[in-house]
Design a protein around this ligand. Structure first.
Ligand SMILES: [Fe+2]
Length: 269
């Protein structure tokens, strides 16, 4: 790994918790079950990520394998927040499985897990996203694509999907149920909480036909993440660079893309 960012968070735990956060791996694999278009696209994308990452000495696949090993050696929970696959190819699905299968991890998707080409999902034809989402769920039944949580040493670790720039109503309902447990929470998702698209108040995704009510629910969750006293921090990816802010009353972090050889080791004490 070229850079491991060390972050210490205070939650008043009796026993500390370690989480290794990796995000935006952008695997660019294809195989003989993929289209010629996908094969050509991922060859072009491979060159882009090499250049963006300033030509790191290892591939994103190797950094992902290293992160899996590192989490196990450190006794850290591996948290993966999306854009593992650059686009939804058979090659990427199989490579993600090859690296993660048999290892413990939590996962929440990014926008790229749903993409067939490098275009925002909202620009796709009606119904595209629903089909793409179902393919993702079918390919990785071991992960709950909407919401997951795990209590470790009295810390509630949550992964919530906001890959389409909002939190759906079911996710918000489940998040509120977690708040009821009264434990300190570190919450992970793909888009950082300050992301402009996450904070718009009008429906902007005709592809999934969101209503103003969906946005109202999503904004209720954003307010809770930013201001609720049980939230220790929110941690995301998406931007591919390192960032840290205070949003509302709470701390928020963004971890760089793993394709650059960077990840974040969080110690919650
Ligand atoms: Fe990304």
């Amino acid at each position: 790994m070229e850079k491991v960012i060390h972050t210490v968070l205070h939650a008043g735990l009796e026993k500390p918790v370690k989480i290794l956060h990796v995000t935006d791996v952008h695997l660019v694999e294809t195989n003989d079950r993929d289209t010629e278009e996908h094969k050509a696209l991922e060859i072009r994308r491979r060159a882009i990520f090499r250049a963006e990452g300033n030509f790191p000495p290892y591939t994103q696949n190797e950094y992902f394998e290293e992160a899996v090993r590192m989490a196990e050696e450190l006794g850290a929970l591996l948290m993966v927040t999306g854009d593992v696959m650059d686009i939804q190819t058979q090659g990427n699905i199989e490579e993600f499985h090859r690296i993660i299968d048999g290892h413990d991890a939590m996962f929440t998707p990014g926008g790229h897990e749903h993409q067939r080409i490098c275009r925002r999902t909202m620009e796709e034809p009606d119904g595209y996203w629903i089909g793409s989402r179902q393919k993702l769920k079918d390919a990785f039944p071991e992960f709950d694509m909407d919401f997951s949580s795990r209590i470790i040493n009295g810390l509630n670790v949550i992964a919530a999907d906001n890959s389409l720039d909002y939190f759906n109503a079911e996710t918000v309902r489940r998040f509120k149920a977690e708040l009821e447990k009264g434990l300190p929470i570190v919450i992970f998702f793909h888009d950082p909480i300050w992301d402009h698209m996450l904070n718009v108040t009008e429906p902007t995704h005709p592809n999934v036909q969101l209503t103003p009510e969906d946005y109202a629910t999503s904004h209720e969750m954003i307010d809770l993440i930013n201001n609720h006293p049980l939230i220790v921090a929110s941690i995301a990816g998406h931007g591919h660079v390192e960032a840290e802010k205070v949003v509302g009353k709470n701390r928020a972090f963004m971890t760089p893309g793993l394709y650059r050889g960077a990840c974040r080791l969080i110690e919650i004490v």
